[in-house]
Design a protein around this ligand. Structure first.
Ligand SMILES: N[C@@H](CCC[C@H](N)C(=O)O)C(=O)O
Length: 276
């Protein structure tokens, strides 16, 4: 099968984006892994598949696959690239798009300056919806990992996150603790692990060890989860600038049931074709 793709990134979190509106696309787990492979394929953290909406109130359906081939519910940086992609490919000219995801509708908007603002919906703290099997979700939760008790904040931004505050994000044991948190028995669907350093009440540094992809240069939902957790811990005030290894994101949240708004870049790198 010959497949057209576009390589994109949002603050260094990179994607292979596929037009499933004009191409008939059905990929096996092995084909998804090959696309994501940085040596034998195109290389990316996630594969994004744009399809026709099933829901009559939506403009498109947006599917997300991690580098390990697993389909997941949400991807924040990907949502911004999705908007840039459907505009560049002339699949729509609407500035605000209603997008159907595995986890309900999101509403990204393309601004005149090219940045994309995404209404990510309200954060979820219900253990059953994370899912988290370790009891009721508190603002901070003890999680025993490799004989250490970590204090994590657990939140779903459509996908599951466990965020901890660290003194120095560059020295945090992301590569060691990340996979152990991802596969912790209390998270039946695994979890994304965030490591946040508070710089001041409106600035953080963040690294995220992503479920199914490993550490990425940035994670949009991870940034939302970190800011929500920091505000709930009383350490941050909205809006918060999130510095990642791949660039900056701005996250705003009014608290409680209000939606989280994420702003950041969405860049097309190149387009090509691959034989799978
Ligand atoms: N990079 C993403 C998140 C992608 C999905 C995540 N790895 C998961 O498994 O939930 C983002 O920008 O949000």
């Amino acid at each position: 099968m010959r497949l057209k793709f576009t390589k994109m990134h949002g603050a260094g979190n990179d994607f292979v984006v596929l037009d499933g509106v004009r191409q008939q696309i059905s990929l096996t787990t092995e084909q998804l892994r090959l696309l994501a492979d940085r040596h034998f394929g195109v290389g990316c953290d996630q594969i994004l598949l744009v399809e026709k909406a099933h829901d009559a109130s939506a403009d498109f359906r947006y599917r997300i696959f991690n580098a390990d081939g697993g389909e997941v519910e949400q991807c924040g940086n990907g949502a911004r690239c999705f908007v840039r992609f459907v505009h560049d490919q002339k699949l729509t000219n609407k500035a605000e798009i209603v997008v159907e995801t595995h986890n309900g509708l999101i509403r990204p908007r393309l601004e005149a300056d090219g940045r994309v603002v995404v209404n990510m919906g309200a954060p979820v703290f219900d253990a059953a919806r994370i899912p988290f099997s370790g009891g009721t979700i508190e603002v901070m939760q003890p999680l025993v990992v490799a004989d250490q008790t970590l204090m994590v904040s657990i939140v779903s931004m459509g996908n599951p996150h466990a965020v901890q505050v660290v003194d120095d994000v560059e020295r945090a044991a992301v590569e060691v603790l990340g996979p152990l948190i991802e596969h912790h028995a209390s998270f039946p669907k695994r979890v994304n692990a965030g490591f946040m350093q508070i710089m001041d009440r409106q600035h953080i540094r963040l690294r995220v060890y992503e479920r199914g992809s490993g550490e990425t240069l940035s994670c949009g939902t991870g940034a939302c989860a970190a800011v929500v957790s920091g505000i709930r811990r009383g350490l941050l005030d909205s809006p918060v600038s999130v510095a990642t290894h791949g660039g900056n994101l701005s996250i705003a949240w009014g608290g409680e049931e209000t939606p989280v708004l994420m702003t950041g870049p969405a860049i097309s790198v190149f387009s090509g074709e691959i034989n799978l």
